[in-house]
Design a protein around this ligand. Structure first.
Ligand code: 6PG
Length: 266
């Protein structure tokens, strides 16, 4: 495991391989849930979609880990959703349901899916209203933890390069048509990501290595590499990577405001 020399609260953690990444993140997720429930009662988390978190979600259902969390006091939300029915294999909710939610004693009222089957703008409005009720605020909801994957083009959630969603800072949710994906998406917006108490970005595999290097060590161009907008996160920011994904990161790189100093071997 490699730890960064980053400023407190901003860490790159590089694990040997995808299974080890999954093992460590599952343990840390469980520890955070325990800690938040002890200190605050309810743990409010936004799950990532895509394929990277699948193994993590399976592992979280391990009885040894799952038994440490009071799932009746977990509020599960989503970072983004494809505008498809919840039964579609493209649905992030469907993936989480199959790998995690169906295997844990989470009350139905504790699962806040984005209604991909609705008109996208209606789905974004309903999700915003759901979050306002959950967080008891009409302002920006502050999650205890937001899990994110990162695309090979540097997008996170459904904040894609050059998209109008990147410039939405007045609402916690927005809908947009994503040309490259040829589909409508609903996503949390930058203010929600940046106010979260913890942001975890899960990056695995050599296919992400070029994007990860550009995001963490390249020029500051968040309109092209939206993951760079995460650097303004007020809370803890952890980039969980395996060695394949981190393979192009240069050791001892100079750090600037918008870069995370590189992880170091420990
Ligand atoms: C989605 C996700 C998206 C995903 C990245 C990485 O709806 O697809 O929210 O942001 O996390 O595209 O996807 P993979 O984990 O499949 O590489």
């Amino acid at each position: 495991m490699m730890m960064s020399n980053a400023a407190p609260g901003r860490v790159i953690r590089i694990l040997e391989d995808a299974p080890k990444l999954c093992e460590i993140v599952a343990e840390e997720f469980t520890r955070v849930a325990e800690t938040v429930q002890r200190d605050q009662g309810v743990f409010r988390v936004a799950l990532a979609g895509g394929s990277t978190p699948v193994a993590l979600y399976h592992r979280l259902t391990d009885p040894v880990l799952a038994g440490r969390v009071d799932w009746r006091k977990v509020e599960v939300c989503f970072g983004d959703e494809r505008c498809v029915p919840p039964t579609s294999t493209r649905s992030n909710f469907h993936m989480a349901k199959e790998t995690l939610l169906d295997h844990l004693p989470i009350p139905e009222a504790g699962i806040h899916r984005i209604k991909g089957e609705l008109n996208p703008h209606q789905a974004a409005r309903e999700y915003q209203a759901d979050l306002a009720a959950l967080f008891h605020t009409s302002r920006t909801p502050q999650f205890d933890l937001i899990l994110l994957g990162m695309g090979a083009n540097g997008h996170v959630a459904s904040l894609f390069p050059g998209s109008a969603a990147l410039r939405e800072v007045g609402c916690p949710t927005t809908a947009q048509y994503v040309e490259t994906e040829r589909e409508w998406r609903v996503t949390l917006t930058r203010p929600v990501l940046n106010i979260a108490r913890r942001i975890w970005v899960l990056v695995s595999g050599v296919a992400k290595s070029a994007a990860l290097r550009e995001v963490l060590q390249g020029n500051w161009e968040p309109e092209v590499l939206p993951a760079q907008y995460l650097f303004d996160t007020e809370g803890e920011q952890t980039w969980w990577c395996d060695k394949d994904a981190a393979g192009l990161l240069e050791p001892d790189s100079d750090s600037s405001k918008h870069r995370l100093p590189l992880a170091r071997l420990t």
